[in-house]
Design a protein. Sequence first.
Length: 220
Amino acid sequence: MRLSIIELEDVSFHSDEKSILENISFNVEKGDFISIIGSSGSGKSTLLKLIGHLISPTDGHIRINEKDIYEYDPVELRKDISYCFQIPSLFGDKVRENIEFPYYIRNLKLDNKRVDELFSMFQMDMDILNQDIKSISGGERQRIALIRSLLFKPEVLLLDEITSALDEKNTRIVEDIIATLNGEGITILWVTHNLEQSRKYANKLLTVEKGKIKSMEVLR
Ligand SMILES: Nc1ncnc2c1ncn2[C@@H]1O[C@H](COP(=O)(O)OP(=O)(O)O)[C@@H](O)[C@H]1O
Ligand SMILES: [Mg+2]
């Protein structure tokens, strides 16, 4: 039996009387690659935000490695469970600051070898490090945010429509990187609009409809 790394038990999220998620229960096992699909407004992003503890459930329990999510220090939790947004925010003035940040918060020196390795995996030119964050495209922004999340490998990666601004070639590059990371043992939860993408590498397919789980299909 594989270990459940994340457990949701009767999780609901309400905002201003409005029910956004209702009675969500499922387990994520270590090493899972779960694609999450569902129409716009069905609650997919809210679900990822709950698991990343960016917001807290109105009802129910979320456990990470069998411990209630509330018992973790949010800063520490974010090192293990990394959330990548569809429209990521970069900070500072230059792209470089975003790559330096994960080292800075850990009191570590920048690991040039790791940075080189990631830029070559993403087939990105490192000259972008000197660019102003205001001058880069949406697709570049998505990949820089992803590189920032991967400098230190998290246990779980929460991905929210991270290829929405990428062309076909870069989408494929990102898909292959995520599949490789999953092969190395990183657990993946990936919200996507793209049905082909949702079935490509995932072992489970979770469909959300109007704030509820419609189905959890085992793919492989
Ligand atoms: N903090 C919030 N306050 C009010 N409404 C919200 C909040 N977050 C999400 N919603 C609403 O909840 C629903 C689900 O949103 P979301 O999780 O972003 O859906 P999806 O990612 O599937 O498109 C939408 O109707 C959205 O407008
Ligand atoms: Mg969304």
